[in-house]
Design a protein around this ligand. Sequence first.
Ligand code: NAI
Length: 308
Amino acid sequence: MKITVVGAGAVGATTADNLVRRNIAEEIVLLDIKEGFAEGKAQDMMQTAALLGFESHIKGVTNDYQATSGSSVAVITSGLPRKPGMTREELIGTNAGIVKSVVENLIKHSPDIIILIVSNPMDTMTYLALKASGLPKNRIIGMGGALDSARFKYQISDKLNASANDLNAIVIGGHGDTTMIPLIKHATWNSVKVDSFLTEEEEDEIVKKTMVGGATLTALIGTSAWYAPGAAAAAMVESIVKNQNKLFTASVFLEGEYGQEDINIGVPVIINNKGWDRIVPMELSDKEQALFKASADAVRKMNDVLYT
Ligand code: NAI
């Protein structure tokens, strides 16, 4: 089993580090365009093997796609990250060119590959990857909702002083500060609805803090986050590689589900060795349905920037 991570920057290296520690693949290839960069990061990670006890082998390469050949899964993190004050959408032009060429190179060497897109604006990059690659829709998955849902659980756990592991809570919609939809009315603490412990104001506060979760970190750190994004991508890859059938919100191609078509946007899906296997339907309230429609409209507007 071989896994490729493209982009050895903050998110790519953290994804690779999480994967290597999970010991789920014999080989991980870390690829970056910057000379020597991925080689250095990979060697640093390999030097933790004797300390952490993993058997996976990680190899860094500079733009050498031959080395990725025969990969089952790839995670694409190459591209520019956000700077303070920037939206994910402002990255579109540069990242589109990068994502398209990376996808083409990966498929050339691994025709059966499943691709996880992380680069922003993620929903549009995932749609572009699907259209440009011609791969079956199930083999192109966008990572954003898994991260946003983890951030949502963090905000709820912080407010309730509860373990994030006891929470069930998801964010659907686009992966953007104004497009994501934290489904607070569906969230549970074990099987008890969290709204029974919260005032309306507290619910609003949790939702708002979740939506600006990424921007808050960008303002604090000076660039976008990497620990939670890397952990989210690795968890999704593990569900593919180990055929775990875990449920994640992921950006997938809709053909009428949730009232939308010809768009990649975050909905709950089952992830296994087919990629995303099936979409999980949810009963949304009128308000949630309206928010989802508005979110899809915003994502579609972003897609139009590329396709008009
Ligand atoms: P970074 O700048 O630390 O790393 C990006 C890496 O990509 C650099 O090392 C660069 O040399 C490499 N790169 C650029 N062009 C390349 C190419 N053509 N081929 C191979 N490598 C190439 O950025 P960071 O923080 O790792 O973020 C990466 C991307 O992920 C950004 O677009 C960011 O906005 C996005 N992101 C998405 C999240 C999500 O939830 N979907 C969460 C966090 C970041």
